[in-house]
Design a protein around this ligand. Structure first.
Ligand code: NBP
Length: 488
């Protein structure tokens, strides 16, 4: 036994994670169902550090120092269960098995409980940053027992990305499914963020008449300010890219159907179960689904819009180009709207993490979540440090919108934000994320909501009862009779 850590499953993610451990000075045991992958890794990257390749699972387990820490990086679902079953037979009580795949947190809870029975620490961990992150430093969100983190934490913190203040982007999120839950919400926020950026681009293009290259320039400018983030940065890169075949902007030759692998859907499904409002994430998931409904889009393509004769897609003749001074002013207005809507999406994400943590008794530190998303992950952004600070100062903060700094910013952005929503509607440009975020803001702000009417309707047709705003108790009105009020 000589390896401090083992990785089984050496496809893109596992291979890069193994290399990352080795480059950081750890001796890494390697294993993969198909042995060729193990051999390839050693042939290509063996010089990067100390690897102990194993042909069989028992050989792999025997190569590990105790307590053994082994990371499973295989396809999520059935393959993960099969591999866990295999290794559960080979390890000993006190050993730590890590699932670094994209598992559903309920699966992680189930697996953790089953392995705990056998004295094995099971750690379901979210890993974000894709292929490159796995190699150069991902954001790592482990769940599991505190004891398992004692053994595993130092290794994970060594290979994780570093935040601008030097802190590692890995931290113990909580027991059993906490890590995979946090990763799921991370992906939900990622969906919302991408949708908002896409809407901002669409408005700049269709309302202001900017070209993709000009919009890239605008995004580069935004990336210098409070919107500074990985997603804004890559958006500028994508918008600058020209298709080699046609010479056209790359964004114009990609079919406008956004696909999804499922973590956004999981987030929304879970939010529905928990009763947490995450409309920004839901809008983003539905926007992707709607984009792929070619049948609906074809059937509705001839519906009239606000500029009859040509308010169609990019470059259509209906798109007028605003005068230069107006263009700059509009870009500034869209920046305010994008930023405000982004804050709203993150507020919804944190609300969901808090709700999940309460429901499952995880005790997730909301500040720590922001801290480990500051680097390495897809939604890394400068403003996450302010979210970290907001929850560090007030762990009981009911919503990010109650933080004085964020509240002040939203208040200052709201004029521009409302104007953008109105402009989008006037121009017939769909902006469900930006406008939905404003509705969430106004919905929380409102002194009275029409929910009173909804509840009254429920009492009318279903005798569902209601509470009164002016006194305690539960009431019902005899709608079909004398309309007298009773206390059932
Ligand atoms: P894949 O998800 O494509 O899985 C391929 C690996 O699973 C190979 O090592 C393969 O072995 C192994 N495997 C399969 Br498939 N069935 C198996 C079985 N029954 N028994 C043993 N091994 C089996 O790899 P990936 O893209 O590197 O992703 C790994 C995990 O990380 C996934 O859960 C993924 O969702 C997650 N993840 C991926 C990313 C990303 O950017 N790709 C990011 C974050 C998380 P073989 O070589 O013998 O076929």
């Amino acid at each position: 036994a000589s390896a401090q850590i083992g990785v089984t499953g050496l496809a893109v993610m596992g291979r890069n994670l193994a290399r990352n451990f080795a480059r950081n000075g750890f001796t890494v045991a390697l294993h993969n169902r198909t042995e060729a992958r193990t051999r390839e890794l050693v042939e290509q990257f063996g010089h990067e550090g100390d690897f102990v390749p194993a042909t069989t699972a028992p050989e792999f387990v025997a190569a590990l120092e105790r307590p053994r820490c082994l990371v499973v990086m295989v396809k999520a679902g059935g393959p993960t269960d099969a591999v866990l079953e295999e290794f559960a037979e080979l390890v000993e009580p006190g050993d730590v098995i890590v699932d670094g795949g994209n598992a559903h947190f309920e699966d992680t809870r189930r697996r953790e409980a089953a392995l705990r029975e056998r004295g094995i620490h099971f750690v379901g961990t979210g890993i974000s940053g894709g292929e490159e992150g796995a190699l150069l430093g991902p954001s790592i969100m482990p769940g599991g027992s505190a004891e398992s983190y004692e053994a595993l934490g130092p290794l994970l913190e060594r290979i994780a990305a570093r935040a601008p203040d030097g802190a590692p982007c890995a931290a113990h999120m909580g027991p059993d499914g906490a890590g995979h839950f946090v990763k799921m919400v991370h992906n939900g926020i990622e969906y919302a963020d991408m949708q908002l950026i896409a809407e901002a681009y669409d408005l700049l293009r269709k309302v202001a008449g900017l070209t993709p290259a000009e919009i890239a320039e605008v995004f580069r400018g935004w990336n210098e300010g409070r919107l500074d983030s990985y997603l804004i940065e890559i958006t500028a890169q994508v918008l600058t890219h020209t298709d080699a075949d046609t010479g056209r902007p790359f964004v114009d030759i990609v079919a406008d159907r956004a696909e999804q692998k499922g973590t956004g859907r999981w987030t929304v499904q879970t939010a529905l179960d928990l009763g947490v409002p995450v409309p920004g994430i839901a809008q983003a998931v539905f926007a992707r689904s709607q984009s792929g409904r070619t049948d609906l889009r074809e059937a509705a393509a001839s519906l009239p819009g606000p500029h009859p004769g040509g308010d169609g897609g990019a470059g259509s003749t209906g798109t007028a180009r605003l005068p230069e001074a107006e263009r700059a002013r509009f870009a500034e207005q869209v920046e305010q709207s994008l930023y405000a809507a982004k804050v709203i999406s993150y507020a919804q994400g944190w609300d969901m993490i808090r709700a999940g943590s309460r429901e499952y008794g995880w005790g997730i530190d909301l500040s720590s979540v922001a801290a480990i998303w500051r680097a390495g992950c897809i939604i890394r952004a400068a403003f996450l440090d302010r979210i970290r600070a907001a929850f560090a100062e007030r762990p009981g903060l009911p919503t990010l919108l109650a933080d004085p700094e964020f509240a002040g910013e939203l208040g200052r952005a709201q004029g521009a934000w409302r104007e953008t929503v109105a402009t989008a509607a006037r121009h017939g440009v769909p902006a469900p994320g930006i406008s939905g975020a404003l509705a969430y803001y106004d919905g929380l702000r409102a002194d009275r909501l029409p929910a009173a009417l909804t509840q009254a309707q429920r009492d009318y047709f279903g005798a569902h009862t209601y509470q009164r705003a002016d006194r305690e108790g539960t009431f019902h009105t005899r709608w079909g009779g004398d309309r007298g009020e009773v206390r059932p």
